[in-house]
Design a protein around this ligand. Sequence first.
Ligand code: HDE
Length: 707
Amino acid sequence: MNSSKPQDADVTPIQAVSKVAELEPNREAPAAMLTTNQGVGIVDNQNTLKAGTRGPSLLEDFIYREKITHFDHERIPERVVHARGHGAHGYFQVYESLAPYTRAHFLQDPAVRTPVFVRFSTVQGSRGSADTVRDVRGFATKFYTQEGIFDLVANNIPVFFIQDAIKFPDLVHALKPEPHNEVPQGSTAHDTFWDYISVTPESAHMIMWAMSDRAIPRSNRMMEGFGVHTFRLVNAEGVSTFVKFHWKPLLGIHGLSWDEAQTLAGRDPDFHRRDLWEAIETGNYPEWELGLQLITEEDMDKLDFDLLDSTKIIPEEIIPVKRVGKMVLNRNPDYFFGETEQVAFHIGHVVPGIDFTNDPLLQGRLFSYTDTQLLRLGGPNFHQIPINRPINPVYNNQRDGFHQHRIYTGRVAYEPNTLAGGLPKEAPPERGFVTYPDAESGPKLRDRSHTFMDHYTQARMFWLSMTQPEQDHIVEAFSFELGRVETVTVRARIVTMLQQVDATLAQRVADNLGLALEGQPGPTASTEVMPSPALSMIGTGNGTIRTRKVAILAADGVDVDGLKAMKEGLEAAGALTKIISVRLGGLVGAQGGPGLPIDATPKTMPSVMFDAVFVPCGPDSLEVLKANGDMLHFVMEAYKHCKPIAAAGYGVDLLRMTGIVQDGVPPQDGVLLAEKGGADKALAQQFVQAIGMHRFWMRADKMQIPA
Ligand code: HDE
């Protein structure tokens, strides 16, 4: 530090700047005329320079050479993990000052809107893989605070596979497509992944989450985010509080069904990307609340697990999540590559008031993220790329390097100096980052604390916290993944691992795999572990149907009044509706009059793209729907995927024909009928309620529906 401390007045004042406005000078609108990169007008963009119309091309053609060279260099290495992703701009606002816990400037004043850029991602697949695969989702947020960048590089699962960063390359080599044949893409259902897991007991808790519906989210807008590690908040007095970061989606936490996720991977590989994009374009801005679990140093010792162990959560029932602010995503990027691809997150991007802990996974990440950007973005100046630039002034004596964008003036690039009047000076402690002075001492060793050794209690807690259908889905997921594993001994080792989690779970998976349980019987329901009801996804979202997509199946001769009444009822509750028919164009109603515009056919928008289905009344409409295999498949598939289905009058016959409704048998949950047809308000109300429950997972006979 300088011996002469700079005074407050010397320091650049904190100023609010909008990131969107800051990006503005970098946005390029299309121009009227083509030029080369040197600004020379291009007269012919169709033909290379040749010696005669049928002669050889000439090396002299600098216009062609420039164009093709740039094209040849268009690709950069994709992220080694989290390669597939999509992002959006927005803002974060704190509800009330968090000064008692942290001096972080963006967490002080509820009037301050901090710009953010968020990137959601899958982990395993490459850039072109499908969105709906079974995988962990990345949820990385860049906060452009007035005191520098804070990156919360989170996942949608609160624990991780491993406890120490040195294991990460092995984990990733095991889960990526296998090296000999580059198979499978966007899936962990293969031998090397499960082989690694079978000899990595610390992954037990994580694989329970990865096999749950958390790993096949309905939408990024309907998933939680977790910072995973324990961080520190540090207040102006230097007092530290441990913290776990959470994102809580205001639309609730919801998953797809596995069959649906797989079908979507083919029918609409961009399902999540499109979903986020459309939500923002239609003004349905996604929102999350930032949650904090705050733990004092003294309370840390009362927990029966180690806070530095990234394979553990703090159950919300023990330490509640304090909701401290809200994030809203309200602007799509203009340029995918320039923003979403070039954004560079780093767990080490923290601001004064936020600090690290000794979690060995966190410590390892602190190295990896800069290192990877150096390769991916080609040099040490990636912080100058518009999307990565802080909104507050950046100044230091770092110079040169690939892709330097700044013109530094003056001859002084060192500190301390006298030639530039001693400027720029070090920041005063109240404005700059001061590391929390945690006292550390200990022998150098490669070892792990004994407090990291319980790998099964929380895995069991997760299992016990699930409702029946959620447990069923976990069993099905293990059975699918291990069913794809070719090496029987690997399957068997995983089942042995599951025996340590729960005897019933292990037995059910073993039965599906045709394996006999061997060795020690695992814990049973009577083995004492307290469940954490907050881990279940069921019932989250408070019944909202905002942005839920409802298909209305109709053809000419439909009861337009009934159709419109339902459509209006759903839209008033925030749902989005689409009319699906056997062809595009207009729909002529039973009552005649101007045709209703048809949005899509089942071929372009199949049932997997919707949350619910309505079949309105109309005898002529029914005849057309009945004769169309795609329409029959539509309702059966929606039923198989446990979605709410409503039908009015003749529409009920379509459900009868597919066996969804049987005479004399009361309709199953989530199947709502108004036999008399017409514009039934009660039906619309019941339907809204049913859609608010997301899915009816307990449908007993869904397995009988052919795929
Ligand atoms: Fe990452 N991780 N990670 N990770 N991670 C990357 O950085 C790494 C971990 C996460 O949208 C890489 O820029 C190590 C946990 C997200 O751009 C790389 C370890 C969590 C993203 C990297 C972990 C994450 C990444 C690859 C174990 C949840 C995507 C490309 C010690 C809290 C960010 C890149 C984006 C990306 C390393 C474990 C989240 C290689 C070494 C735990 C959301 O640096």
